[in-house]
Design a protein around this ligand. Structure first.
Ligand code: NAD
Length: 484
């Protein structure tokens, strides 16, 4: 039975909702492909340009506001979101398949991010710099960039947009936000939640558009001052090149192939649940998901036996079930891509551990698997899969483990499980990785800490924490000679 709803995507531009002219496709829930979520309509080139003009107008007002005034809007956005947390989490969970309990946690992360950056409205935003001459007051201060374009993926449909929107706003920028197709309805709902937060018209604009047209219109020609992108490495590299050509500021946060190293002295009872959480929560669709498990040979068979038992207790369920640990993957295209990797694992490796699926509806359900008997140059060990598939290899010792961890084009996150302080510290020093963790899963870096990767995982800036303020502002150095 198809449950019809009347959700249709619209743009939010200049403080008003606008219907879209180009009809796209209908979206169905990945937990139940007979449940319709809504219809995507896309922007025309003129509608994208209108969003940029509205943001340019909005910037004129917003940049004049004090930090305290901006903060008041962010606190209201946070309060509104907290009140709507169940509704937002429910829609996001239906739209892209993240388990409801995790989705509620993600919405609360959004609330915390908004409050964290609101508080920046009353913090120092510059430095007093000594001058060589007498009677000179010299200081530096942050000033906004202008109109920033935010391009977001679907896998954190609430937290990633907010960890860009909140610092961009508190620094005084206006925004054109383009969410991913698999998260457009959640994006529309977030805008509704933020509508009465007191932001002047044109400060926060939402455009629903195909990635291609955003690339061609917004990035090539749009009157924008900066771009913050999170998504795949291939798209990110195109965006970086378009921005570099125009000399506008950009940041790209991209893919990962994250390793968890398990040394012979690790506490397996504690390590295995964290490795599974890193590998399989959100059905492995986190940029920081554990996708390579590197195990020291002395404990390899113990580790595999305990891992097998733990994975056999994992069950993929409808994302809306309160006890769902893993939900379906987000879309048909995710399902098709991951299924190819699963087939590769069955044909060229050995399935070492496998979970279950329990569902009464038809959806994009994939059993979590751990694959072994592939060497470190195999595609399963080198390519980002972005699904519930992890590959395990056995190594001689710590040195080989770190070498394999670093043997990747990516450098986003990695963990080591050990009680050996010296090896833990050496790993933190030697890993060519942006987020390194000891006795913790590869995912789950907190919102107040810098977030980002090395090598092909990032354009080498950072999001979240204080680092985001550096991206969304530029520094002006001022000097006043007040007496001659
Ligand atoms: P994607 O690259 O397909 O899309 C990301 C966004 O870019 C979407 O909004 C998409 O519509 C847009 N886009 C596509 N082509 C474009 C173009 N030519 N010009 C401008 N915009 C364009 O990525 P995805 O499938 O949505 O997300 C999954 C990827 O995101 C994975 O690789 C994952 O590792 C990565 N990711 C990285 C981080 C991080 O912080 N490093 C966080 C989450 C996800």
């Amino acid at each position: 039975m198809i449950t019809q709803t009347d959700l249709i995507t619209k743009n939010y531009i200049g403080g008003q909702w606008h219907e879209l002219n180009e009809k796209g496709r209908s979206v169905y829930s990945p937990s139940n492909i007979n449940e319709k979520i809504g219809d995507i309509h896309y922007s025309t080139p003129e509608q994208i340009t209108a969003a940029v003009s509205a943001a340019r107008e909005g910037f004129k007002t917003w940049k004049q506001k004090t930090g305290v005034e901006r903060a008041a809007c962010l606190y209201k956005m946070a309060d509104n979101l907290e009140k709507a947390k169940e509704t937002v989490a429910n829609l996001a969970s239906r739209e892209m398949g993240k388990p409801i309990s995790e989705m509620i946690g993600e919405v609360m992360r959004g609330v915390n991010l908004l409050r964290y950056y609101a508080a920046e409205g009353v913090r120092p935003d510059g430095q007093l710099v000594p001058a060589s001459d007498q009677h000179v007051l010299q200081y530096s201060k942050r000033v906004p960039l202008g109109v920033v374009a935010l391009i977001t993926p679907w896998n954190f449909p609430v937290a990633i947009p907010i960890w860009k929107i909140a610092p961009a706003l508190i620094c005084g920028n206006s925004i054109v936000w383009k969410p991913a197709d698999n998260a457009v309805f959640t994006a529309g709902l977030l805008m509704e939640v933020f509508e009465d937060a007191g932001l002047p018209a044109g400060v926060l604009n939402l455009v629903i558009a195909r990635g291609r047209s955003i690339g061609d219109i917004l990035l090539e020609e749009g009157d924008i001052d900066a771009v913050s992108f999170t998504g795949s490495t291939s798209t990110g590299m195109q965006i970086a090149s378009a921005c570099a050509k125009r000399n506008i500021k950009y940041q790209t946060e991209m893919g990962g192939k994250n390793a968890a190293i398990v040394l012979k002295d690790a506490d397996l009872e504690k390590a295995i649940p964290m490795i599974l959480s890193g590998a399989f929560r959100s059905a492995g669709q986190k940029c920081t998901a554990t996708s390579r498990i590197i195990v020291e040979k002395d404990i390899y068979s113990d580790f595999i036996n305990q891992l097998r038992a733990a994975v056999s207790n994992l069950t993929v369920k409808d994302a809306l079930q309160a006890d769902a640990y893993l939900g379906p993957v987000a879309s048909k295209s995710q399902f098709d891509t991951i299924s190819e990797y699963v087939a590769l694992a069955r044909n060229e490796g050995e399935i070492i551990a496998e979970g279950n699926v329990e569902q009464s509806n038809q959806g994009y359900y994939i059993r979590p698997i751990v694959v072994g008997k592939v060497d470190a140059s195999h595609r399963l060990f080198t390519e980002e899969i972005f699904g519930p598939v992890a590959a395990v290899v056995e190594v001689e010792n710590f040195e080989e483990a770190v070498r394999l961890c670093n043997q990747s084009e990516y450098g986003l996150s990695a963990s080591i499980f050990t009680n050996d302080m010296e090896k833990a510290m050496r790993f933190l020093e030697e890993a060519e990785i942006g987020m390194v963790r000891v006795n913790q899963e590869t995912a789950g870096v907190e919102y107040q800490a810098p977030f980002g990767g090395m090598k092909s995982s990032s354009s080498h800036t950072r999001e979240q924490g204080q680092a985001a303020l550096d991206f969304y502002s530029q520094v002006k150095t001022c000097a006043i000679k007040y007496s001659f």
